[in-house]
Design a protein around this ligand. Structure first.
Ligand SMILES: Cc1cc2nc3c(=O)[nH]c(=O)nc-3n(C[C@H](O)[C@H](O)[C@H](O)COP(=O)(O)OP(=O)(O)OC[C@H]3O[C@@H](n4cnc5c(N)ncnc54)[C@H](O)[C@@H]3O)c2cc1C
Length: 374
């Protein structure tokens, strides 16, 4: 028997593989009252709009194995993600592309002119060897674009001066020298046609799988049979009562509002790059599904403002802080887990940021490598 702690996309994938391929019993538990982990969504009762509980989640991948695997459980829409940014009261397209540059500088440059134009901007800043994030970003796009689109956003995201952040955070910026405004370059993208809740319901729908929500690992641990194999997708420091210290995370706060207008911002995600605006982005969920006529045309709309914040144990762990201290600390917890025969997995258990496709890919490979061949 297997016990999988966490019904996020990693835990659900590995549960399905064990149940289907090995024909073994699997108990999946989650402390939350829903499946799907951070990729979960819900239907807003008033409007019928599908809202992503923990910020916009768009599925995108270039991994054929992952794309084929997930399409066994749902069809995907043809949605293609675009992002806009409001800066100083004006809206620009992201990632920085020819339209952003022309609109920002009031020019009409051609693709073959823009590299030279930016090179002059970069040279004007006179940075030869960048020592921090600010210098690195300026050496990639020049000071004016940095100050408009990167500085304030980064200050809010990390709650510190970009000069205090390492240059390594941005090796390169996704600059486009044409009018391509697609946010992702992946081969496939879309949203589960019938919602994330249906995707997760279908993955976990198997006679060998038992699901227990509102259940923490700590509360069921004592009642598990002694030969159970535990696969843990929670935080390793919490699992071991923080005995070596606490792993650091960045967190987010979501502020929800229903607006009495048919369309609030005309798009799914609007970034706000001014440091004076306290949130980094606003999500408007109805735009993810223009094909769902009734919620799309509803005279109301659901929006959600996203505020970056420091993490404490009462908050959602969103982004790991992968520095030297935390890497060392994680290694201690990983060793402890291995000694106790607990398999750590998922973004929390691995202490990594993974998009959903990378999480599924890792789960499929972990199944092959650590479970099938065990
Ligand atoms: C703001 C934000 C936006 C994102 N947007 C995208 C996007 O657009 N596209 C994309 O591909 N990816 C996106 N991601 C990444 C995506 O959220 C992850 O890939 C995904 O959540 C990984 O799934 P997981 O199963 O590893 O972890 P999770 O989804 O975090 O699931 C872990 C589960 O374990 C449960 N758990 C933990 N500890 C315990 C315990 N002790 N007892 C019981 N249950 C426990 C938790 O309640 C949780 O439900 C985004 C991430 C963030 C933070």
């Amino acid at each position: 028997m297997y016990c999988i702690v966490g019904a996020g996309i990693w835990g659900a994938t590995i549960a399905e593989r064990i149940a289907s391929v090995l024909n073994e019993k699997v108990l999946v538990i989650d402390q939350r009252d829903h499946v799907g982990g951070n990729s979960a969504s819900f239907l807003d009762e008033q409007t019928g709009i599908e809202c992503h509980r923990y910020g916009s989640h768009i599925f995108h991948t270039s991994i054929a194995e992952v794309w084929d695997y997930l399409r066994r459980f749902c069809d995907f829409t043809t949605y293609r993600h675009k992002v806009l940014t409001t800066y100083a009261g004006k809206v620009y397209t992201m990632p920085i592309n020819l339209e952003t540059i022309n609109s920002f500088y009031g020019k009409n440059l051609h693709p073959y002119e823009v590299k030279g134009f930016l090179a002059e901007e970069i040279a004007r800043a006179g940075i030869t060897s960048p020592n921090n994030l600010e210098e690195q970003a300026i050496s990639l796009v020049g000071r004016p674009l940095y100050e408009a689109f990167i500085k304030g956003y980064t200050e809010k995201q990390w709650e510190c001066d970009p000069k205090q952040l390492p240059a390594s955070i941005i090796q390169r910026l996704p600059l486009r020298f044409n009018y391509n405004t697609d946010y992702f370059n992946d081969r496939w993208q879309g949203l589960p046609k019938d919602g994330y809740f249906t995707l997760f319901k279908n993955i976990l729908h198997h006679p060998n799988i038992t699901l227990r929500l509102n259940t923490t690992f700590e509360t069921v641990r004592a009642e598990l049979p002694t030969d159970v194999r535990i696969i843990y997708t929670g935080m390793p420091d919490q699992l071991f009562h923080y005995k070596y210290g606490e792993l650091e995370w960045r967190s987010l706060r979501f502020e929800w509002e229903t607006k009495a207008v048919q369309d609030y911002q005309g798009t799914t995600v609007m970034n706000y790059s001014d440091a004076t605006v306290p949130y980094t982005r606003i999500h408007e969920f109805k735009h993810y599904h223009p094909e769902r006529e009734q919620p799309f045309l509803c005279e109301k709309t659901v929006i959600c403002r996203e505020y970056p914040q420091a993490y404490d144990r009462t908050q959602i762990p969103c982004y790991p802080v992968n520095n030297e201290r935390n890497t060392g600390l994680y290694a201690l917890y990983a060793r402890e887990a291995e000694q106790q025969g607990i398999l750590l997995g998922g973004r929390l258990g691995a202490y990594r940021y993974w998009d959903m496709d990378k999480a599924v890919d890792n789960a499929l490979h972990t199944f092959q490598k650590d479970i099938m061949r065990h």
